[in-house]
Design a protein around this ligand. Structure first.
Ligand code: FAD
Length: 117
C-alpha cells in the first residue's frame, strides 16, 4: 500500500505526465476506434490507479466530467481541466490550460522518420 505521501506524490507526477503526454499525442482527427480506445484507457486508468483514495475521488471527477475523446485539442483541454479539479481539491495552484500546447512533448516527433530507416 502506498501510504507514504512522498511516494504518492511521485506516482501522481509520473501518472499525470503519461496521461497529459498521451493526450498531447492523440490524433487531431481520430477514428471512432481511436476515440473509443482513449475513452477505455482513461476509465481503466482511473479504475486501476494504484492509490485507492485517489482512484475513488477521480472516479467522481470522471462522472462529473466524462472524457472528451473527439480529438487532440478537446482531449488535452479535458485532461488539463480534470487535473485542475484534482489540484483544487488538494489546494494546489491552477494550471493555465491555454499554455498546454507545447508543454507535453514526448521527444518522439521523429517517429515517422525512424520508421522509414
Ligand atoms: P502534480 O499535480 O503531480 O503535477 C505535475 C506537474 O504537472 C506540475 O508541476 C505542472 O507542471 C503540471 N500541471 C499541474 N496542473 C496541471 C494541469 N491542470 N494540466 C496539465 N499539467 C498540469 N494525491 C493525493 O494526495 N490525493 C488524491 O486524492 C490524489 N488523487 C489523484 C488522482 C489522480 C488521477 C492522479 C493522477 C493523481 C492524484 N494525486 C492525489 C496526486 C496529485 O495529483 C499530485 O500528482 C501529487 O500531489 C504531486 O503534486 P505536484 O504538486 O508535484 O504536481
Amino acid at each position: 500500500r502506498l501510504g507514504n505521501e512522498t511516494i504518492k506524490a511521485e506516482l501522481g507526477r509520473a501518472a499525470w505526465k503519461v496521461l497529459h503526454t498521451t493526450l498531447a499525442r492523440f490524433p487531431e482527427k481520430p477514428t471512432k476506434d481511436e476515440s473509443e480506445a482513449l475513452r477505455s484507457y482513461i476509465h481503466l486508468f482511473q479504475r486501476l490507479y494504484p492509490c485507492g483514495e485517489c482512484a475513488e475521488h477521480f472516479g467522481e471527477v470522471l462522472k462529473q466530467f466524462p472524457p472528451q475523446v473527439d480529438g487532440r485539442n478537446v482531449a488535452a483541454g479535458w485532461g488539463c481541466h480534470v487535473h485542475n479539479v484534482v489540484n483544487k481539491r488538494l489546494k494546489k495552484p491552477q494550471f493555465d490550460c491555454s499554455k498546454i500546447g507545447d508543454f507535453y512533448d514526448c521527444g518522439c516527433a521523429d517517429d515517422e522518420k525512424e520508421k522509414k530507416k
